[in-house]
Design a protein around this ligand. Structure first.
Ligand SMILES: *Cc1c(COP(=O)(O)O)cnc(C)c1O
Length: 392
């Protein structure tokens, strides 16, 4: 695969792996359709190529967090249904409607903003009314949702496409979390059964819901992390939600590989302490390689403290010191045959070794989502698919 344009550091995005993940999730959720969540530049994977590949491999819908993200898809000719997951501000409603994006509505003010834009443009805007069943981030209160749905149905400028909600702990495996998901789904069902007619679409599940909660699948599942090849939580991967869930998420393939080429190599004596703060002494005379990726690229400075290795020459090697803004140093060990230009893998496979975003997340006390989204905009994304024969 090719690398970045001028910078010897890049993220490879394997669209075949993405397609396989989409197909696996779509099959598991069927007959519910799949909505590929491509917000935040497709969790750092590149929204446009990911959206195209997801649609080609079976996703019926796309979802984004921001109107701007939806516009980017439309500007690149992506015509599939796109849901904007947050309610639109009045100033942005016209752009949303003009681009044919579907609006989330959680308030009367939001309803009116979308309707005004639709009347202005002379089209009917698609609306998904969102109900807050316990996440308490966004959504109409359960006892107000029916009136909002009726308001959408009564307005000729609006077309009700869906009623939906979002689960807070579908990835949780303990009894309290499971009870809460049951409660959220019961609340959602109660709201829906209070409507005079069932909306065309109901949706509630994120990846965790789609994989582990059959009753949450309804007509559409909104999968983000799963299409990028990761389990929503370590507990789900470790069998906490049952063997069936663990074996399913084990079949998802990580899509992103973070790589760079060694820029400099030096042999240093035992006791030398590379990088700022001189935090770590080389245990013996060793080859130290400099790699042009740093915390400005989303390699956390703290990764050094966690003892996280990188892959050089197919072997796991420790960082030789703290990660700097643009570069990091690797202790390749005594007499290592490492040369400038050699490929280093920070996240992904090399030889028989693999380091995943989930490994980083476990070490850093966060989740794979944050690791993936943290890979910065100055790291070029290289999209490749063996199936279609090369980069696109
Ligand atoms: C981000 C998001 C999703 C996707 O969640 P995953 O856990 O990545 O599958 C689904 N629904 C909403 C409302 C979201 O914000």
């Amino acid at each position: 695969m090719a690398e970045g344009r001028t910078r010897p550091a890049w993220a490879e995005v394997d669209l075949d792996a993405l397609a396989a993940n989409v197909a696996l999730l779509a099959r598991r959720a069927a007959p519910a359709a799949l909505c590929a969540v491509v917000k935040a530049d497709a969790y750092g994977h590149g929204a446009v190529p990911v959206a195209r590949a997801a649609i080609e491999s079976g996703a019926a819908w796309l979802a984004v967090a921001l109107v701007d993200e939806g516009l980017e898809l439309r500007e690149h000719g992506i015509a599939a249904p796109v849901l904007v997951l947050s309610e639109v501000l009045p100033d942005a409603a016209e752009a949303l409607v003009a681009a044919g994006l579907s609006a989330t509505v959680t308030t009367w003010a939001g309803l009116e903003a979308v309707a005004a834009a639709a009347r202005q443009i002379g089209v009917r805007a698609g609306v998904h009314v969102k109900v807050d069943t316990g996440m308490h981030r966004a959504g109409a209160a359960p006892d107000r949702a029916a009136a909002l749905v009726e308001g959408v149905e009564a307005d000729p400028a609006l077309g009700l496409e869906a009623v939906w909600t979002h689960l807070a702990v579908a990835d949780g495996v303990d009894e309290e979390d499971r009870m809460f998901s049951v409660l959220q789904l019961e609340t959602f069902d109660r709201v829906v059964s209070g409507l005079h007619a069932r909306p065309r679409l109901l949706h509630a599940a994120n990846t965790a819901g789609a994989v582990a909660w059959p009753s949450a699948r309804y007509d559409l599942v909104r999968c983000g992390i799963g299409i990028y090849g990761y389990a929503p939580s370590a507990a789900m991967a470790d069998g906490g939600a049952g063997e069936d869930v663990a074996s399913f998420v084990a079949r998802l393939q990580p899509v992103l590989t973070l790589k760079a080429r060694v820029s400099e190599v030096r042999e240093l004596d035992a006791g030398e302490r590379p990088s700022y703060g001189r935090r770590r002494a080389l245990p013996e005379r060793s080859v130290v390689a400099t790699v042009p990726l740093g915390y400005a690229d989303g390699v956390p400075r703290r990764l050094f403290d966690t003892g996280c290795p990188v892959l050089v020459g197919g072997r796991r090697r420790p960082l030789a010191g703290v990660v700097t803004m643009d570069q990091l140093m690797v202790d390749c060990g005594p007499g290592a045959a490492v040369a400038p230009g050699d490929e280093v893998v920070l996240v992904g496979r090399q030889g028989h070794e693999e380091i995943t975003a989930a490994d980083w997340a476990a070490r850093l006390g966060t989740i794979a989502y944050e690791v993936l989204c943290g890979i910065g905009p100055r790291v070029p994304r290289v999209h490749a698919a063996r199936r279609t024969g090369g980069a696109r």
